[in-house]
Ligand binder design. Structure first.
Ligand code: AMP
Length: 445
């Protein structure tokens, strides 16, 4: 299938071709005609599927097909959970709309409000905003949402996770009743269903395969290691394999900072990115990482959400996430849109339960690679992972602030970790100098 068959104008097709896309992704092939038809849409798609173009392209098409003369009102509103995502979506709007006479604006907190007020005095057809700052503008009466024709909630599940439901409801109350609503979410909790029920009118339903099930290009590996030796193992992996552009996930902001500091001491350039950092620091870290100047970016789940870096070669789970779905989000950062990627997880004895949960979710076992010299010490017992905190002082989860349940509803409470599939929990001795690939339980694949 080609983009040309989807009913998009030449101006949009030209921008898409220049971006280098030759055919629509599955979400685009379904969402574009659905949005063009003018109805509401409920789409189950996570980042990495091409969902942004899935709503941006038809949105641009609809607005440009009915131009407004004079000082145009804000006609489309896209709400996103994070500043990074707002910036990326707005960048896409600008890029795909570069041959159209439409103006877009991004709006998020953590930066001076005055330039935004000034920009709102000019023409803005499409506003991409995070809910909090948008409400600041509403309060100051610097934004008028009374003529919005299309509303997009992007990554709605994350917005709810981050506690934005009340803000969203306040914003909905300011929009005209007659409008088109598009809701994108990676997951469908009861809360999302309730939001969708109240918001959407007879929506088209689209769900694309989760990346974990669809994407065979991501090579996943588990590296068994003791918790105290993870830093050394990560250093060795990065140096031995000459990894560049490595996105490393930690459970806590504190952990991200510590790890970045350690790696820098080991002559590996690294920065931490999380909610406590200023917007300027986050933008700088991301830009240096994208350009390849920065070798490693250490991030918490929420900070990393919305970072759009295509063809990211390496994602490392320095610590496994408490919520199995987060594993899927994390590894979705690599092997995106057709390029190969590697997702490595450093797993200590405390995390065997979490690993089981992840494998259950992705419906496959992740091959285990034992790096010689890092074989876990069988005398070390599992310790609890409580509420996302590391032993020895994390600060809770990232910006999400502990609102999410750990997997299986309960935190781990210590005791020896159950052995995986048949007793022989740990690695077979590896042949000298060569990593062995095998299963924890000794079952080959
Ligand atoms: P998204 O899920 O919107 O974050 O997009 C994921 C990545 O896929 C981004 O880097 C896009 O630039 C890229 N992408 C989106 N649509 C296509 C397409 N039709 N062909 C190739 N790459 C695409």
């Amino acid at each position: 299938m080609s983009f040309a068959t989807l009913g998009l104008s030449d101006a949009i097709l030209r921008a898409v071709t220049e971006r280098g896309y030759t055919e629509p992704t599955p979400i685009q092939a379904q969402a574009i005609p659905a949005v063009l038809s003018g109805g509401d849409l409920l789409a189950g798609a996570q980042t990495g599927t091409g969902k942004t173009a899935g709503f941006t392209l038809p949105l641009l098409q609809r607005l440009s097909a009915q131009p407004v003369s004079g000082k145009a009102p804000i006609r489309a509103l896209v709400l996103t959970p994070t500043r990074e995502l707002a910036a990326q979506v707005e960048e896409s709007v600008r890029e795909y709309g570069k041959y159209l006479p439409l103006k877009s604006m991004m709006m998020f907190g953590g930066v001076n409000i005055n330039p935004q007020i000034k920009q709102l005095h000019g023409r803005v057809d499409i506003l991409v905003a995070t809910p909090g700052r948008l409400l600041d503008h509403v309060q100051q009466k610097t934004v008028d949402l009374s003529r919005v024709e299309i509303l997009v909630l992007d990554e709605a599940d994350r917005m709810l996770d981050m506690g934005f439901i009340r803000d969203i409801k306040k914003i909905l109350a300011l929009l005209p009743a007659k409008r088109q609503n598009l809701l994108f979410s990676a997951t469908f909790s009861d809360e999302i269903k309730a939001l969708a029920d109240g918001l959407l009118n007879n929506p088209a339903l689209i769900e694309v395969a989760r990346r974990n099930q669809a994407n065979e290009l991501i090579e996943q590996r588990v590296y068994p290691v003791d918790r105290e030796r993870k830093r050394a193992l990560l250093t060795q992996l990065i140096k031995d394999n000459n990894w560049f552009q490595v996105l490393v996930f930690t459970r806590t902001k504190h952990g991200a900072n510590n790890l970045a500091e350690y790696l820098n001491k080991e002559s590996i350039s690294a920065m931490a990115i999380h909610g406590n950092k200023s917007q300027a620091a986050r933008t700088r870290a991301l830009a240096e990482f994208k350009s390849g100047k920065l070798q490693v970016l250490c991030a918490t789940d929420i900070a990393a959400r919305g970072i759009d870096i295509s063809e990211l070669p390496h994602v490392v789970n320095y610590e496994l996430p408490n919520v199995a779905e987060d594993y899927v989000h994390r590894i979705g950062r690599t092997g995106r849109a057709g390029s190969e990627g590697e997702a490595s997880s450093l797993v200590c004895i405390d995390e065997h339960q979490l690993l089981k949960g992840i494998e259950r979710l992705i419906k496959r076992e992740i091959p285990v690679v034992q790096i010689p010299g890092f074989e876990p010490d069988p005398r070390i017992k599992a310790e609890p992972i409580l509420n996302g905190q590391n032993r020895g002082g994390g600060q809770g989860r990232g910006q999400g602030g502990g609102q999410r349940r750990p997997q299986n509803g309960t935190p781990r409470t210590g005791g020896p970790a159950p052995a995986r599939s048949g007793g022989n929990t740990h690695a077979k001795p590896a042949t000298a100098g060569k990593p062995a690939v095998h299963r924890f339980g000794g079952r080959g694949r």
